[in-house]
Design a protein around this ligand. Structure first.
Ligand SMILES: Nc1nc2c(c(=O)[nH]1)N[C@H]1C(S)=C(S)[C@@H](COP(=O)(O)OP(=O)(O)OC[C@H]3O[C@@H](n4cnc5c(=O)[nH]c(N)nc54)[C@H](O)[C@@H]3O)O[C@H]1N2
Ligand SMILES: Nc1nc2c(c(=O)[nH]1)N[C@H]1C(S)=C(S)[C@@H](COP(=O)(O)OP(=O)(O)OC[C@H]3O[C@@H](n4cnc5c(=O)[nH]c(N)nc54)[C@H](O)[C@@H]3O)O[C@H]1N2
Ligand code: SF4
Ligand SMILES: [Mo]
Length: 723
């Protein structure tokens, strides 16, 4: 067992904070500060600090479980893997390869995501694979590709933020969702820059803002169009930039001009003077940024909304230049890398398109298969879950807990129960694992090596710091064992090595020449430096040498083969990744939320996060310190709404939508709009926010409308204290 501190990264969010881990004398590990890692400079939030709590035996799974006579019981690995192979084979034999589904997660390392995508296409031969990132940043990804020809969440390092002049932060509560990153906004203000936050709630993040706009949920598209209208009307466009670096301006301009400030005020509830003030702050300095997160993206028009914000950046010349640009704050630990290497329904490694014949040839060659055997694109995450028990008969799920996190969750739960066979690989017995026929206990971040790509596009090495307990295996070992049982030739176990570095070496080759090119990155380089920003093409043998000093700009490799490519911290400085090198405006127009409030359901529900819980809560609800800080669900509402309802702070209220009914205590606060209620989605059971949410999908990204649905409120009981 290692006894010294191992530098590694947090298992949770996309900031991927650096930390040191030291094995603790009585088992488990201690986290200590790793001040040299630039992203968080030693700072950690409570989730990262307490992450080792989940390494303890009693909390996590340490034996496979197999359902016998309706009950999950401990079993050996051979029996568990045999059962899964049998369940998948039967579905395939009875209904064809697409009867097997695979569902992945943005928390999986690059190696796992890559192996999972390959497993689906090569071993199962199924097109039916997607992952929870579809519920996360898919609208930003689609909007980014549409405009820039490439999707990398942030096209610049976080360290650029304090040096720009103004940041518009749209629907991000990073004071709670990425606490150490708040520093970048504080420094921005210390440097004289301004911060505009757009959120229906005055969050801890909004409290930091020079200007807070609180639109009605689901109206960010109109808001961005209104700002662009004012930019044009006030003559603040950057015409030289538009001419030199973009296409499609006339159509986008015409669409924006139809969104008069007064009209936008009516839609969004944001007063015209505040719209004008936002334009003034954004346009005054020479540089500015727009950063979006889940608020504007998790909408049935999320892609168009992102396009509207990008249009604002392009029209004002705030893209493709140092210290300016549009970025998306990706969410999960490997939310960026997890969307690049093939667990997405339409994708091959290196962010290649599954429908592109050249991409199919390249990847098929790396995989040693005939390109014609690779299936085409499959269903998106919600559509896949919706097809369980009908077209899809058996599912292998790795790294997600959709019983809590999927929209219209009661329906999704019913579909999971309707499967002939469900296998779940997890570190804990999540609500979804609890429904499975076979549960596989897997190793955790501290016990395995692998790479993640953080929200900046920085590829990082997580290192094994502890020996895993007996009884658990890594996800790579799981796929190896299943390929061994299911595979013919190329799909056999030998195509699924269990050593992460070996998988990464194959990923390098598979990604070579693709948009997300990792071929110049090696474990050796990552072990020495602060990570490498993709794209990083190979320059030959030198990739294994030490990290070059201070990487620069969007430089293409200029040196001899003796110099490794420095990586690309900043994208688009010379050209955008489109065919003609120009960024594309997209003409978009306001449309209503998929489910407008009406007499029966008069209030808008929006959902999101609290600082002490992570996602479906499968992990953080098992950490005592975090649970004490955020013990359960609540319904945040304005005092005026509470008064109309006759509810006081702490009273139990029911929230009812067309999909179901939940109960939770009211949290009365004047920081939210009076026409909106907010619920965090971290809990199962009677307070599960996703019982209510609307699975209306964005036509391009297939993102569900997590951020706006119509509900009605009912009083149920008074707060325990006042009873
Ligand atoms: N503590 C914690 N941190 C996390 C996570 C977690 O679960 N817990 N998850 C990680 C992941 S995967 C992600 S994706 C990120 C998400 O990070 P964020 O995007 O910051 O998280 P959310 O709370 O979902 O949404 C942000 C804000 O959007 C606002 N909002 C709601 N509706 C709208 C709207 O229509 N328009 C606008 N403009 N704003 C709206 C909400 O009020 C909320 O304050 O966090 C990551 N970090
Ligand atoms: N209402 C509402 N719903 C939402 C959102 C919202 O804002 N509002 N946000 C959406 C977003 S942005 C996201 S990202 C999703 C996330 O929702 P989920 O996909 O449910 O995310 P997690 O809770 O992180 O689930 C990860 C599961 O995998 C396990 N796990 C962790 N690491 C590993 C590993 O290495 N291998 C394996 N096999 N398992 C592992 C964890 O224990 C956990 O059970 O929720 C979405 N749902
Ligand atoms: S901010 Fe994210 S990466 Fe950093 S410690 Fe917290 S959960 Fe971990
Ligand atoms: Mo996410």
């Amino acid at each position: 067992m290692q006894t010294s501190a191992t530098p590694t990264h947090c298992p949770y969010c996309a900031l991927q904070c650096g930390m040191n881990l030291t094995p603790a004398p009585g088992g488990g590990a201690e986290v200590s500060e790793r001040a040299d890692f630039p992203v968080n400079r030693g700072a950690l939030c409570g989730k990262g600090r307490t992450a080792p709590a989940l390494l303890a035996p009693g909390v996590r799974l340490t034996s496979p479980l197999v359902r016998r006579a309706g009950v999950l019981e401990p079993a050996g690995w051979d029996e568990a893997l045999d059962r899964i192979a049998e369940g998948l084979s039967q579905a395939r034999a009875g209904y064809g390869p697409d009867a097997c589904g695979v569902f992945g997660g943005g928390g999986l390392t690059n190696e796992k995501a890559y192996a999972l995508g390959k497993f689906a296409r090569v071993v199962l031969g199924t097109s039916q694979i997607d992952y929870n990132g579809r519920f996360c940043m898919s609208s930003a990804a689609a909007g980014g590709i549409r405009a820039f020809g490439l999707d990398r969440g942030l096209p610049f390092p976080l360290a650029d933020i304090p040096r720009t002049g103004c940041v518009i932060l749209v629907g991000s509560n990073l004071a709670e969702t990425m606490p150490p990153a708040l520093r970048y906004l504080t420094e921005l203000k210390e440097n004289g820059g301004t911060l505009i936050v757009i959120d229906p709630r005055r969050t801890r993040t909004a409290e930091q803002a020079d200007l807070h706009l609180a639109p009605r949920p689901g109206t960010d598209l109109a808001l961005a169009l209104g700002l662009l209208h004012l930019v044009v009307a006030e003559g603040r466009t950057d015409d030289a930039f538009i001419d030199a670096r973009t296409s499609g301006w006339e159509e986008a301009r015409a669409a924006a001009m139809a969104h008069w400030p007064e009209y936008v005020e009516r839609i969004t509830g944001v007063p015209v003077p505040l719209l004008r003030e936002a334009v003034r702050l954004f346009c005054a300095p020479p540089n500015a940024m727009v950063l979006t997160a889940r608020g504007p993206e998790q909408q049935a028009k999320g892609t168009d909304t992102v396009s509207a914000w990008i249009n604002l950046c392009l029209a004002t010349g705030r893209a493709g230049r140092p210290l300016s640009g549009y970025g998306c704050l990706t969410g999960q630990g490997n939310g960026q890398g997890g969307r690049e290497h093939g667990q997405k329904a339409d994708q091959l490694p290196g962010y290649r398109k599954l429908t592109d014949p050249a991409a199919r040839r390249h990847v098929a060659e790396v995989w040693g298969v005939d390109p014609d055997t690779l299936p085409g694109p499959g269903r998106s995450a919600y559509e896949l879950l919706d097809a369980l028990g009908t077209d899809i008969r058996a599912l292998l799920l790795m790294g997600s807990n959709p019983v809590v996190s999927a929209p219209r969750a009661a329906h999704v739960e019913e579909r999971l129960r309707a499967l002939d066979f469900l296998a779940v690989a997890d570190v804990v017995l999540s609500e979804t694992a609890g429904l499975a026929d076979v549960v596989l206990p897997v190793t955790q971040w501290a016990e395995e090596t692998g790479t993640t790509t953080n929200l900046e596009g920085r590829v990082l090495l997580r290192r094994r710091a502890l020996t895993p307990p007996p009884g658990v295996r890594s996800d790579l070992e799981v796929l190896h064992g299943l390929a061994d049982r299911l595979g013919a030739e190329s799909g056999s176990a030998k195509g699924f090595p269990t050593d992460p570095e070996e998988v990464f070496e194959e990923l390098r080759r598979a990604s070579a020449g693709g948009p997300a090119d990792y071929s110049g990155i090696t474990y050796g380089r990552l072990a020495r430096g602060e990570g490498v920003f993709w794209p990083c093409p190979t320059t030959g043998a030198a990739d294994t040498r030490a990290e070059p000093a201070e990487p620069t700009g969007s430089a293409t490799p200029t040196g001899s083969p003796a110099t490794p490519h420095p990586g690309t911290p900043r994208l688009f400085l010379d050209r955008f990744a489109t065919e003609d090198g120009r960024a594309r405006f997209v003409a978009v127009s306001h449309r209503a939320v998929a489910e407008e409030p009406d007499a029966e359901y008069p209030v808008l529900l929006t959902t999101g996060r609290v600082v002490a819980q992570y996602q479906s809560g499968a992990q953080t609800r098992r950490v005592a310190e975090l649970n004490a800080a955020a013990p359960g669900p609540f319904v945040e509402m304005h005092p005026r709404l509470a008064e109309r309802l006759g509810a006081a702070d702490g009273d139990t209220v029911a929230v009812v939508s067309r999909r179901g009914r939940v109960v939770a205590p009211a949290r009365v606060t004047s920081t939210i709009r009076p026409d909106t209620v907010f619920m965090p989605f971290h809990w199962p059971g009677e307070g599960r926010a996703n019982t209510l949410t609307n699975p209306a999908l964005d036509p391009t990204s297939r993102m569900p409308e997590f951020k706006a649905c119509a509900v009605r409120l009912e009083t149920v009981g008074e707060a325990p204290a006042t009873r």
